[in-house]
Design a protein around this ligand. Structure first.
Ligand code: PLP
Length: 384
């Protein structure tokens, strides 16, 4: 059975060119980047090249990047680093729709005695900028917002947010995990202090990413140990992974113009479904969104059941955390947006990539209305 992969916000397939770049470092060039022999130098050079490739994508200096294991680690490093570095500032601000990694670290901060203000969003997922401005205080250490939401794809207005935050003298952290490769991120224009992302979200390998730390911002080392990453994150470098991250960054920048084609596919799917399926709510459709994401909520069915039906037909989607296996609670994102309970249970997230074809989208838009109708009918029978 052919697989139609529409779960790219969860993770993406490795670009074949990324695999090709990595293979020599898995097979032959296995030296430790810290070793003084030829194999070591080869690895050291490869890590340096990867740093330049990633820096070119973000328009930053290579030394502003700390390589790590991905989004979750970058978020932990940013928050904990700021918490330790600025003991006189004990107030933090996050949005209500952040990734669980941010929310968990915010909870940890509260347990350490810090105060955390959560800023809400409207029904279209737009950040409440008035509430954000009102939340800022002289003792605000850090404001953390995501560039793009992983469930809805809704984009936050980073320039406006940066203007407010910098105007009040706080640091700004951006979780760009879903944004890289999908929208341009230019740290030379955006006054962001910390920005994290993860290779596997843009056709790179899993378990590798980076935290951008603006030059001049001094954070305590996150992982104590060796001298790696200029002492900020000890531990032998994941050389093949970093080579893959570098190549994926180069490709992400080159393929960025393709987002228009991806938007056409997504819009085609949504237009088709709106015409053929009743009681359909597309969350975040009223806001600027990532071109690849469609969060569909169908009244009167279980998202999990629809996911399983699609899976039987080779289509991979997710419930967008709307209703993870065995858990009937709507996601914190849908709750924050005030999406009606009649819809939240029947949510699936479709997320496309540059490898998605129009043929695949046609197949899915042909398949979905019938599956929705069947499930709604069987739910009615179950209730009778
Ligand atoms: N932040 C966002 C917005 C994400 O979507 C994810 C992953 O789903 C993460 C952070 C965590 O990234 P990682 O899985 O690389 O730790």
């Amino acid at each position: 059975m052919n697989v139609i992969y529409l779960d790219n916000n969860a993770t993406t397939r490795l670009d074949p060119a990324v695999l090709d770049a990595m293979l020599p470092f898995l097979r032959d060039h296995y030296g430790n980047a810290g070793s003084a022999h030829t194999l070591g130098h080869l690895s050291e050079g490869a890590v340096a090249q990867a740093r330049e490739q990633v820096a070119a994508m973000l328009a930053c200096a290579p030394m502003e990047l700390t390589f790590n294991s991905g989004g979750t680690e970058g978020i932990n490093h940013a928050f904990r680093g700021v918490f330790e570095a600025f003991p006189a500032k004990r107030h933090f601000v996050v949005s209500l729709v952040e990734h669980p990694a941010v929310l968990a670290v915010a909870e940890w901060l509260r347990r350490q005695g810090a105060e955390v203000t959560s800023v809400g969003v409207d029904g279209d997922g737009r950040l409440d900028l008035v509430a954000l401005e009102a939340a800022l205080r002289p003792d605000t250490a850090l404001v953390s917002v995501m560039a793009a939401n992983n469930e809805t794809g809704v984009l936050f207005p980073l320039d406006e947010i940066a203007g407010l935050v910098k105007g009040k003298g706080a640091l700004l952290h951006v979780d760009a995990t879903q944004a890289i490769g999908k929208i341009p991120i230019d740290t030379s224009k955006l006054p962001v202090d910390l920005l994290n992302f993860s290779g596997h979200k843009f056709h790179g390998p899993k378990g590798v990413g980076a935290l951008y730390i603006r030059r001049g911002l001094r954070l305590k080392p996150f992982m104590l140990g060796g001298h790696q990453e200029r002492g900020r994150r000890g531990g032998t470098e994941n050389v093949p992974g970093l080579v893959g991250l570098g190549k994926a960054s180069e490709l992400a920048a080159a393929h960025l113009p393709e987002v228009h084609r991806i938007a056409t596919l997504r819009d085609h799917l949504e237009t088709d479904l709106r015409a053929r399926v009743s009681e359909l709510h597309i969350t975040g459709a009223g806001s600027p969104r990532l071109a690849n994401t469609s969060l569909l909520s169908f009244q009167g069915l279980e998202g999990e059941a629809l996911l399983l039906k699609l899976n039987e037909r080779g289509v991979c989607v997710s419930t967008g955390s709307a209703c993870t296996t065995g858990q009937k609670e709507p996601s914190h994102v849908l709750r924050a947006m005030g999406v009606s309970a009649a819809f939240t249970g029947g949510t699936i997230r479709l997320s496309l990539s540059r490898f998605t074809t129009m043929e695949e989208i046609h197949q899915v838009s042909e398949m979905l209305p019938g599956l929705v109708e069947d499930l709604r009918r069987s739910d009615l029978f179950a209730m009778a």
